[in-house]
Design a protein around this ligand. Sequence first.
Ligand SMILES: Nc1ncnc2c1ncn2[C@@H]1O[C@H](COP(=O)(O)OP(=O)(O)OP(=O)(O)O)[C@@H](O)[C@H]1O
Length: 222
Amino acid sequence: MIRFQNVTKRYATGQEALSRVDIQIDRGEMVFLTGHSGAGKSTLMKLIMLMERPSNGHIEIGGRDTSAIRRSGIAHYRRDIGVVFQNHQLLFDRSVFDNVALPLQVAGYQHSDIGRRVRAALDKVGLLHKERVNPVTLSGGEQQRVGIARAVVNKPALVLADEPTGNLDPELSAEIMTLFRQFNELGVTLMIATHDIDLIERMNKRVLQLAEGRVIAGGVPQ
Ligand SMILES: Nc1ncnc2c1ncn2[C@@H]1O[C@H](COP(=O)(O)OP(=O)(O)OP(=O)(O)O)[C@@H](O)[C@H]1O
């Protein structure tokens, strides 16, 4: 699903955020990404999203050579990747339903299709009864679940999550991880960047560890 071969990312400042990175993540895996602040976790995810391009090396996602994807093809490429952020980036002037519907509207889905898919996604995260409310009235954990519903509404094959439990207490973090695990059991490939070592240990999944832009553990399946 994700293959990096000898990938280096040097920013215009000269900062080398990733150095000669080799990783392989198979379809259907759930992998944690760890490393100190500045180790390169966000850069790795930005390369997968094509928000950044590598300075050197080869990146293949879902069997596609990403270097062959031009600017005009990026929006289409991203439809198959769901993204969850720490600060979930919800729109507080729209309902929960509208927030989750957004990726489908952008992708040009039919109105009736949107309703069905949004409700299915909200149901999966246990928030179907909140579809009409404004997300500002929800708790932090509920807001993050809306963010997850939005990430999966398009049924992406791959979900990337960058510190998805950063603002949540241990109990809510565990709830979010249970949700991710359920999506994984449905066949979704997941990559989750986190500093939360306790959480990772409880999940018993592969841990890909970065340090100063290099993979120091877990780069390939065991
Ligand atoms: N757009 C950019 N321009 C220049 N340098 C950058 C840019 N983005 C990141 N960097 C640098 O690249 C290195 C890796 O950053 P990155 O954000 O990938 O790390 P991270 O592991 O995600 O950190 P954190 O846990 O703090 O989010 C850092 O030294 C950072 O300062």
